[in-house]
Design a protein around this ligand. Structure first.
Ligand code: FEO
Ligand code: CA
Ligand code: CA
Ligand code: CA
Length: 741
């Protein structure tokens, strides 16, 4: 979903501000408690040393696990230079790529996934949405197939793409481009419209193949699959069976329905697809009396508020209003029945997880991996799996002032598990028993992963919210991270692991609530507060975002070192205060979001979801050859206060960028976000998603194509109608070479 800046129509659904946990910095009582906690946790002065020693990984961090495993001769060598000329900023309604490259649309909203499904007319009359590509293509992973259709980690011409369909372009309740006249904008919603909207969310798996270099998707493939907001899924991990997950649909809390607002993705070392549920809370209705009904002191009330649903909260689409059938009433989160098994008071607790899917098997139910915690999930970055060591996954919670997380499995990696055909059973082994940690960044350039479990006395004896079990920690993860005073970040988005050295990178996309002092006052890891002008409008806070990186001797360690790899900025901004990474017109950007390392070339790909620099350019994709934590220098930023004093913040800036280290590679069409990135194992074809082109169109103009803010991909020659569509594109080099070389 596009990161609209405040006052834009949909910002409330993407920029939740439910982290009202007090800052110890401005609360003496809490400060005292914090220091006691730090003693209990043993984190005072815990310095990370020698983190560069021993973590070096070389070559390709293949996810392996199948026929034609890693080390294939087709693998490209890590690039030490990029051979393309950077593209300029663009406001055109088209895809711009460097000379020598081509981009082609292969799979868009509404495309049929079954041979029996009618061609997409794109005029709002289409039906059979359970068998069509969903909306708002987002995170995406590549799963190779050999010529016989068997899983293959080296296949370069036939594969499955598994992807998220995060949300939909909407205004006043309605997903207006999929309804003939734009749909209803008042309550109650029409059931026929809601049924379509329920189906366009979720996941899809689609087979693709290249013939003579030309990629296409296969509409009749038996591998094609949809998972929607209604598909039955299994609850897995510590929260399975919890009283907090009991619903009328599943009184024993072992199953649930659907996955929703899926944003970032990941690929496990055993070859499955994982997907993060992000802004799911916005789909639920709570009436104004629900706190009283539950009892204002009931802990479910505190949890609902912390997760963005105060009593009286209206839902994004009004799905709960469409009738008395179960698929509608489940979106009313009120405690309306005699007990939890008689209503959907807990339905929201069944969302907010990482879900795992076997992309190769359409029959296996998706698992909600509750052990990875419940928050506004983005991507899941798996550290290289090492035999005899735990599986480690890094994650972020994308809301203002939320936290970064890490999961460490209890089971130790057995390399044979990479080749199992029973992939979800391997997922059970590594993702259902483990420990969550939240990140605390110190101003000396070190940091600590703090355990979130009943083993931590700060959580077990937390006075603010009662945790009775690790199931409670899994379901109410944000409150556990509050208890340990994790660092409030500038909206954690995607992460990635640098295959050259194992370091973990994470986009922090922006934060309009970052201030000099106060609850989200600037700190070492989130050090910028400034003003940016967009036309005549002034935006304040960390308007453009940054990318932080973490180095650990071993991924499962609790100590780390960090620095800020990249400060996003407009090129002409003050180099002493804002443009701290020395960006130029060839590589300036705003709002980094998607982030992925090529396993073939080691390039770091950075995608933007911006609303601040869009007066000058549409969203973009950049390529980088990054260095390592500590390759830059300490920097002290000084912020004058109204009383004449100033606040000094020490931070750690990665090596200044040069135009040959970081280059703009692609700019998308109007009003889109660039997201989702995967590639063939030889690095010669790259797949990305163009999400919500034309999002700024007004619902009232749905009948007038001339008023659409984008007509992509129709204007690129793809498909019927002129309504804009989210779509997957493939990028190749005209000479057939490796992308970026
Ligand atoms: Fe769906 Fe945080 O982007
Ligand atoms: Ca986003
Ligand atoms: Ca500006
Ligand atoms: Ca995102």
């Amino acid at each position: 979903m596009k990161n609209r800046i405040p006052n834009s129509p949909d910002f409330r659904f993407n920029n939740e501000e439910s982290n009202t946990s007090a800052s110890p910095e401005f609360d003496a009582v809490l400060a005292a408690r914090l220091s006691r906690r730090r003693l209990l946790l043993g984190t005072v002065g815990a310095a990370a040393t020698s983190v560069f020693g021993g973590a070096a990984l070389t070559g390709c961090a293949s996810t392996g696990g199948m026929a034609g495993a890693a080390g294939s001769a087709t693998m490209a060598a890590p690039l030490s230079a990029m051979g393309f000329v950077a593209v300029g900023k663009s406001l055109a309604d088209k895809i711009v790529v460097p000379a020598g490259y081509q981009a082609q649309v292969i799979y868009a909203l509404g495309d049929p996934l079954k041979a029996s499904t009618a061609a997409f007319k794109n005029d709002g009359s289409d039906t059979d949405w359970d068998n069509r590509a969903g909306d708002h293509h987002d995170g995406m992973e590549y799963f190779g197939l050999d010529a016989q259709g068997r899983p293959s980690s080296s296949a370069t011409t036939r594969a499955l793409l598994a992807m998220n369909h995060e949300a939909t372009t909407d205004e006043k309740l309605s997903s207006f481009f999929i309804h003939a006249q734009g749909g209803g904008s008042t309550l109650p919603r029409a059931a026929a419209e809601v049924d379509k909207e329920l189906a366009i969310h979720g996941l899809s798996v689609v087979e693709i193949a290249a013939t003579a270099g030309q990629w296409n998707y296969r509409p009749g493939s038996a591998f094609n699959r949809r998972v929607t907001s209604m598909t039955e899924v299994r609850i897995s991990g510590p929260a399975k069976g919890s009283a907090h997950l009991v619903t009328r649909f599943s009184p024993d809390a072992t199953k649930a329905r659907g996955t929703l607002n899926n944003c970032g993705t990941g690929k496990t070392p055993w070859g499955t697809f994982v997907s993060g549920e992000e802004n799911w809370y916005g789909y639920f209705h709570r009436d104004a009396k629900d706190d009283e009904r539950r009892g204002k002191k009931d802990k479910s009330v505190a949890a609902l508020v912390r997760y963005g649903r105060k009593a009286g909260a209206a839902s994004r689409h009004g799905w709960e209003s469409a009738g008395s059938a179960d698929q509608y009433v489940r979106w009313n989160n009120g405690a309306l029945g005699a007990s939890a098994s008689a209503d959907y008071r807990n339905e929201m607790n069944t969302f907010g997880y990482v879900v795992e899917m076997d992309a190769y098997d359409t029959q296996l139910a998706v698992r909600k991996r509750t052990g990875l915690g419940r928050f506004a999930h983005e991507s899941v970055s798996f550290a290289k799996a090492v035999a005899g060591q735990p599986i480690v996954a890094y994650m972020g919670d994308d809301s203002r002032g939320e936290y970064m997380y890490k999961y460490v499995s209890a089971a130790k990696w057995d390399a044979a598990d990479a080749n199992s055909a029973n992939r979800l059973a391997i997922g059970d082994k590594y993702l259902d028993q483990g420990t969550l940690f939240a990140a605390s960044f110190k101003d000396d350039g070190t940091g600590q992963w703090i355990e979130l479990s009943m083993n931590n006395p700060v959580i077990a004896a937390n006075p603010d919210f009662e945790f009775k079990s690790d199931a409670d920690v899994a379901i109410f993860t944000r409150l556990a991270a509050d208890a340990v005073n994790a660092t409030k970040m500038d909206r954690p988005e995607w992460g990635g692991i640098n295959p050259r050295n194992g370091e973990f990178y994470m986009s922090l996309t922006n934060n309009s609530k970052r201030t000099v002092d106060g609850d989200m006052g600037v700190d070492a890891a989130n050090p910028r507060y400034y003003t940016d002008k967009k036309g005549s409008k002034e935006n304040k806070g960390n308007v453009h975002g940054h990318i932080i990186r973490v180095a650990q001797a071993h991924p499962a360690d609790t100590a780390f070192q960090w620095d800020i790899y990249l400060f996003a900025s407009e090129a002409d901004a003050d180099k002493g205060k804002i443009n701290l990474s020395n960006l130029t017109d060839d590589n300036d950007l705003s709002a980094p979001d998607g982030l992925a390392f090529s396993q073939a070339t080691g390039l770091c790909w950075i995608q933007t979801d911006d609303g601040a620099y869009t007066d000058k350019t549409n969203c973009m994709l950049l390529a980088a050859i990054p260095g390592k934590v500590g390759d830059g220098a300490k920097k002290t930023l000084s912020y004058p206060r109204p009383d004449g004093s100033s606040k000094q913040v020490d931070t750690y800036v990665g090596k200044a960028q040069t135009p040959d280290m970081l280059k703009r590679f692609l700019v998308g069409p109007k009003d889109c976000e660039i997201t989702g990135l995967c590639e063939t194992p030889d690095g010669k074809a790259m797949f990305i998603n163009i999400q919500h082109p034309g999002e700024g169109t007004k619902m009232a103009d749905v009948g007038d194509p001339a008023k659409y803010t984008s007509q992509w991909p129709a204007n690129a020659g793809y498909g019927a109608g002129k309504r804009p569509r989210s779509a997957t594109i493939v990028i190749t080099k005209v000479d057939g070479g490796v992308i970026g070389s």
